[in-house]
Design a protein around this ligand. Structure first.
Ligand SMILES: Nc1ncnc2c1ncn2[C@@H]1O[C@H](COP(=O)(O)OP(=O)(O)O)[C@@H](O)[C@H]1O
Ligand SMILES: [Mg+2]
Length: 304
C-alpha cells in the first residue's frame, strides 16, 4: 500500500537542483539528486569530493535552499523545523564555541531540545563515557585533538536520542582506533533501531557497516547498491584450488598436492571443464575481489 510505503522512508530527496554562483562563476552542485533512505537502514552516501554530498545534507537540514526539488525527513518537508526534532546532524567540520568544555557542549545541545536538566546530566555523562571522553569532560574543546572533536560531535548529536542520524564524513580525521569505535557505534545504534545516513569517500568504511550504499557523482545518483550487490560487483575472478598439477592451466603450488588456478570471472566454466576433463579434483573455489575503490571508479566512469 502506498501509504505504508511512504511511512517507511526516513529520507526522501526528489530532483534537487542547486547552482552556486561565486565571482560570476556558476557551479552546479546538485543536478537532479533523487533517492530515498528507508527507516532502519544504515545507508552510506558515497562519492568523490565535489559530488554534492554535503550540499544534499545541508538541504536536508535546511541550511541551504535548493533552486528546485524537495527534501523530506521522516515524512516532513525539510523546510519545516519540526522535521529535525528527531534528527541528529553532524556537519563535515564541526565548529564549536571553543571556550566550552565537552560536558558544557553536551548540556548546551540538551537545552536546545528542552531536555530536563537531571536527565540531560545523566545522558551527558553516559555519552562521555561511551565516547571515552570522561577525562576530557571539563577541559575546553579548543584543546581537543581532531579525533576528540569528532567524538564529542558524535556524542552531542545523540543527546536527544534521535530517530535518524545524518552524519557528514563522520570518519574523516579519525585514527584507526577511532574509526573502529565510530563504526562499532554506528552498527550498535542501527541495531537499536536508529536510521543512519552518512557520507564518505572511503569505500572500505562503507562496505564494513552499510546495508545500502547510494553512490553519487556530479550532483546526481550514479548507482544504489545493497550489501549483496556490492559483493557481487567486486568479484573479478576465482582461485580454483585443485589436488593435481594440470599442465595447460599452469597452476601455482600452494601445498602438498594443492594447486591454485586463477581464472577470470567469465572463464570459470571453461576452467572447470579443463579440470574435469583432466580428472582433477576441485578442493575449493575462492572469489577474488577487486577493491571497492576500483568498483566505484568503474561505475562512475560509465556515466561520465
Ligand atoms: N557555498 C558554496 N559556494 C560555492 N560553491 C560551493 C559551495 N558549497 C559547495 N560548492 C561547490 O559545490 C560542489 C559540491 O560540493 P559539496 O556538496 O561540498 O561536495 P562533497 O560534499 O560531495 O565533496 C563543489 O564543486 C563545491 O565546490
Ligand atoms: Mg562534503
Amino acid at each position: 500500500m502506498p501509504l505504508q510505503r511512504k511511512k517507511m522512508e526516513a529520507i526522501e530527496v526528489t530532483n534537487l537542483q542547486k547552482t552556486f554562483k561565486t565571482k560570476g562563476k556558476k557551479i552546479k552542485a546538485l543536478d537532479g539528486m533523487s533517492f530515498a533512505v528507508k527507516r532502519g537502514e544504515l545507508c552510506g552516501f558515497l562519492g568523490p569530493n565535489g559530488a554534492g554530498k554535503s550540499t544534499t545534507l545541508k538541504v536536508l537540514m535546511d541550511l541551504i535552499k535548493p533552486d528546485k526539488g524537495e527534501a523530506k525527513i521522516l515524512g516532513i518537508d525539510s523546510k519545516n523545523c519540526l522535521a529535525r526534532l528527531k534528527v541528529g546532524f553532524m556537519p563535515e567540520n564541526p565548529q564549536y564555541p571553543d571556550t566550552l568544555t565537552g560536558y558544557e557542549l553536551l548540556m548546551l545541545s540538551a537545552s536546545i531540545f528542552n531536555i530536563p536538566k537531571k536527565q540531560a546530566q545523566k545522558k551527558a555523562w553516559d555519552l562521555l563515557q561511551a565516547f571515552e571522553l570522561k577525562n576530557a569532560a571539563k577541559v575546553p574543546i579548543r584543546t581537543y585533538s581532531k579525533g576528540m572533536i569528532q567524538r564529542i560531535g558524535f556524542a552531542s548529536v545523540l543527546i536527544h536520542d534521535p530517530e535518524l542520524l545524518i552524519l557528514d564524513e563522520p570518519l574523516s580525521g579519525l585514527d584507526p582506533l577511532g574509526r573502529v569505535m565510530f563504526k562499532k557505534k554506528m552498527k550498535e545504534l542501527n541495531k537499536e533501531g536508529k536510521t543512519i545516513f552518512f557520507s564518505s569517500h572511503i569505500i572500505p568504511d562503507i562496505e564494513d557497516v552499510c546495508s545500502k550504499v547510494i553512490i553519487v557523482n556530479k550532483g546526481n545518483v550514479v548507482k544504489t547498491l545493497d550489501k549483496n550487490q556490492i559483493k557481487y560487483f567486486s568479484t573479478v575472478g576465482f582461485n580454483v584450488i585443485i589436488n593435481s598439477y594440470i599442465d595447460s592451466l599452469c597452476p601455482k603450488k600452494i601445498g602438498d598436492n594443492l594447486y591454485a588456478v586463477y581464472c577470470k570471472k567469465e572463464n570459470l566454466i571453461s576452467c572447470l571443464d579443463v579440470i574435469r576433463s583432466n580428472r582433477g579434483e576441485i578442493i575449493d573455489i575462492e572469489p577474488v575481489k577487486k577493491s571497492l575503490e576500483e568498483v566505484f571508479v568503474q561505475i562512475t566512469q560509465n556515466f561520465i
